[in-house]
Write a protein that binds this ligand. Structure first.
Ligand code: ATP
Length: 424
């Protein structure tokens, strides 16, 4: 229906980007899991009007009323969103008009009829993401491969379209790493040289210096970090980023040394043990662990630059001080109730961050607190107090705290002992 609507208006419609790549990579239909579809509209003999994508999206929304329409920017792009449709499940369809305004390309080959789709594809990141499948006739189903993307897919390589690609947009380094690890591809040797050149020339300064001209870059870097850190292959991706020295885009001192690797392994054990219900955002915890590995004076700035959530920023701001406090006080405490009194002030993510960087003995105490002490309940509860004739009121809190402390320290181990404890 989308191609008919485009043909009726005298436009070409193309499927572009990741969906084409994934179609070509999938060996069987059930390997395909496309949730994002990128479509590009182009004129037939000349470029389509800038609003063509939006017009087509509106026409399609009339045909598919279940889809939600979103328009981004005055005439830029539109998206149709099917949210949990019984047939389509969740599907996001972006419709854009072929862009010719960026990186104007000297028409190398005058025979190329669809010059604006070519230019649109030329501003993309990698050859394997710069393929297009024509959906409109004539020659519908034809693959447009101007930059050798198909050969690169077959050769399993990630190749940029031009030498300046990473200078223009350093987040492409992260994207490249993500695709390389996800598909088991290698960087084409010259592309790897371009990455190393971009890093050596200090391109990361643009990602780490926060100013009004770079928020979009920081947001894109955070998005890429999220994609990487929530994927099953996150460790290999970090390793590859480190080999390319690209962790410097987060901070110029960040590298994946043996200590950080140990901490990340421990973090996984903690998350597995203490957060099986996934109430914490695990990719964010991994990112916090990376930032926590920096010297304390850098942490807050990096967290703010990456626009982490308020609670993450707050944690990273306070980590050094909290850690010092726990390191000083915890070894002096003997009774379980004192340990609970100290550690209950901190939330689980903070305790995990502290544990990651603490010496073994301290780590064991925090582990014991999280696995054993936090689960111990006072032997008497509010109902028991009522039955014993205590009038409900603010003093309940104090009595229950005392009973909990006595339970923790095994001063009392059963109800009769608890009642005796109360009467004294
Ligand atoms: P995924 O399957 O991981 O979503 P994708 O290729 O669909 O992969 P998107 O982030 O959805 O990734 O981007 C869609 C397309 O937009 C890409 O295939 C690429 O052509 C283009 N693109 C995205 N980000 C950039 C970028 N930073 N520079 C150039 N082109 C980009």
């Amino acid at each position: 229906k989308a191609s008919q609507a485009a043909e009726k208006r005298g436009w070409h419609l193309y499927l572009v980007g990741g969906a084409v790549r994934d179609l070509l990579l999938a060996e069987t239909a059930d390997q395909l899991m496309i949730k994002d579809i990128d479509l590009v509209v182009d004129g037939f003999h000349k470029s389509a009007d800038v609003g063509a994508g939006v017009e087509l999206a509106k026409a399609l929304q009339e045909l598919y009323p279940a889809a939600r329409l979103e328009i981004h920017g005055a005439f830029q792009t539109a998206a149709l969103l099917w949210h949990k449709d019984p047939e389509l499940n969740s599907l996001w369809v972006d419709i854009a008009t072929a862009r010719t305004e960026f990186y104007p390309y000297p028409a190398a080959n005058p025979e190329v009829e669809a010059s604006s789709i070519r230019q649109d594809l030329y501003r993309r990141d990698f050859t394997i993401n710069a393929l297009a499948l024509r959906l409109t006739s004539p020659r519908s189903g034809e693959l447009l491969d101007f930059f050798g993307g198909l050969l690169d897919l077959q050769a399993k390589q990630i190749r940029v379209l031009h030498a300046n690609s990473f200078i223009e947009d350093p987040t492409r380094i992260y994207r490249g790493v993500r695709f390389a690890v996800r598909f088991g591809f290698d960087f084409e040797p010259r592309t790897e040289e371009y990455i190393r050149y971009a890093i050596n020339s200090g391109v990361y300064d643009r990602t780490t210096q926060h100013n009004s001209r770079t928020p979009a870059l920081q947001t894109r870097l955070k998005t890429e970090l999220k994609h990487i850190l929530e994927a099953p292959y996150w460790k290999s991706a970090l390793q590859l980023l480190d080999n390319l020295q690209a962790l410097q885009c987060i901070h110029h001192t960040l590298s994946l040394d043996a200590e950080l690797l140990r901490q990340l392994r421990l973090l996984e054990r903690c998350l597995h043990r203490f957060d099986p219900q996934l109430t914490l955002v695990h990719w964010q915890m991994r990112l916090e662990a990376l930032i926590a590995h920096l010297e304390p004076k850098y942490r807050e700035k990096v967290a703010k630059n990456l626009q982490l959530q308020e609670d993450s920023i707050h944690r990273l701001q306070n980590l050094a001080q909290t850690q010092a406090e726990v390191r000083e006080l915890l070894p002096q405490l003997q009774r379980p109730s004192q340990i609970v009194q100290l550690l209950k002030k901190y939330d689980l993510p903070m305790l995990i961050l502290i544990a990651l960087q603490s010496p073994r003995s301290l780590r064991k105490q925090i582990w014991h607190y999280l696995t054993v002490l936090t689960h111990i309940q006072p032997i008497l509860n509010g109902n028991d107090l009522k039955k014993l004739g205590y009038k409900p009121g603010p003093q309940y809190r104090q009595i229950l705290d005392d009973i909990l402390a006595a339970t923790l320290d095994r001063v009392i181990t059963n109800k009769p002992e608890a009642e005796l404890f109360l009467s004294t």
